[in-house]
Design a protein around this ligand. Structure first.
Ligand code: F6R
Length: 355
């Protein structure tokens, strides 16, 4: 294997050895298994009947919530799809009733906010499907004869994302609300397998876009720009920058950012580093992206662009998701921070549970 040339100021490389030394818990192994996670999630052995509802509410926090954002982004491009709302909190919207489908998703099954929303859904007679790897959520589903999808094993909720995303897609399809066709799903899994070869731990920095992005974002405050249809992926990227690499990050969505954030590009923005995620299929936004890049450059801030243009929106979303997730793992390694443990989240949960 060729030696990795670190960026100036970066003292660690990104070889498999470097990754294993920092990621002692082995989070990278979960990421290596993402295509297989997706494949196994599609083999959902749950008897679900078609339903007819006025709206869908996805309830989930953190790593379990972000699949909801992605489903919502996908739903915007589907004609005649019911409104899909994402709840990241304790309460359902007040309109939720018997004609609402609620997907209650918590990887651990013990997240306070999601359990509270699930209980509200039961009180209001909503149609409910639960998703967890076990915990209280599974118990409540069993006690109330609610369909429950048992999610596969992973080290953390965020590294179980394909289990969550592909099982919720699969359940929605069986309930009569298809967001992604069977052929798109299998093409996407093939795409993930190809991508893994180029962004995985074994691939050298010079050919590895995820490692290059990590180097670009090293020792700076990342600000991430992208279009509306990538909103869910970019929020997820921010969350994994927080949880894996333990850094703050900002997400700005275009065209809205051209009406506010754009003014903040002044020469005093030097501690920032920008990343643009561009959907190659939207020509109208290009002038906005180009102008913003020019202003970023004029401020003396380094930026990098990621161009995505796959055959379908779902494929583009998953490609970006996988690429950026690996970048957060590599950034953690460059910073010498173990990516798997999230001690602050654990501390808060412990305090809330009264232990
Ligand atoms: C991600 C992570 C958190 C949790 C969140 C909710 O890896 O650890 O963002 O996803 O605290 O917990 P769960 O997903 O168990 O409902």
């Amino acid at each position: 294997m060729r030696c990795i040339e670190p960026r100036e100021g970066v003292s660690v490389g990104l070889s498999r050895e470097d990754v294993e030394r920092v990621d002692r818990e082995g989070l990278h192994k979960d990421y290596e298994a993402w295509p297989e996670q997706a494949e196994s999630a599609l083999k959902l052995s749950l008897d679900l009947k078609e339903v007819s509802v006025d709206e869908i509410v996805y309830c989930g926090m953190g790593g379990s919530g972000c699949a909801g954002d992605i489903l919502q982004d996908l739903s915007f491009s589907r004609p005649r799809f019911p409104p899909l709302y994402v709840v990241k909190g304790y309460h359902l919207p007040s309109f939720a009733d018997e004609s609402t489908l609620v997907l209650a998703v918590s990887y651990s099954g013990d997240t306070e906010e999601t359990i509270s929303a699930l209980k509200e859904a039961l009180e209001r007679g909503c149609k409910v499907v639960g998703f967890s790897s076990g915990g209280e959520l599974e118990k409540i589903c069993r006690e109330n004869s609610i369909p429950h999808v048992k999610l596969g094993r992973a080290l953390t909720p965020r590294s179980a994302l394909p289990y969550i995303l592909f099982s919720t897609l699969s359940a929605l399809e069986r309930l009569g609300y298809q967001l992604v066709s069977a052929s798109e799903l299998s093409n996407t899994i093939a795409l993930m397998r190809n991508l893994r070869a180029s962004i995985g731990v074994e691939s050298d920095l010079s050919d590895n876009e995820a490692k290059q992005i990590a180097q670009h974002l090293y020792n700076a405050h990342p600000i991430i720009y992208g279009p509306q249809e990538f909103r869910g992926v970019l929020i997820r990227f921010k969350n994994s920058l927080n949880e894996n690499a333990k850094v703050h990050a900002l997400v700005e969505i275009l065209p809205e950012a051209c009406h506010n954030d754009i003014e903040a590009w002044h020469p005093d923005a030097l501690s920032l580093r920008a990343l643009f995620a561009i959907n190659g299929s939207d020509g109208r936004l290009r002038k906005r992206f180009d102008t913003l890049m020019e202003l970023v450059e004029r401020s003396g801030v380094e930026y990098r662009s990621v161009y995505v243009k796959e055959a379908t929106l779902f494929e583009s979303i998953v490609k970006l998701l996988y690429l950026l997730e690996y970048a957060t793992l590599y950034l953690a390694v460059l910073r010498g921070v173990p990516p798997a443990p999230t001690p602050n989240i654990a501390l808060l949960k412990k305090r809330l549970s009264g232990d």
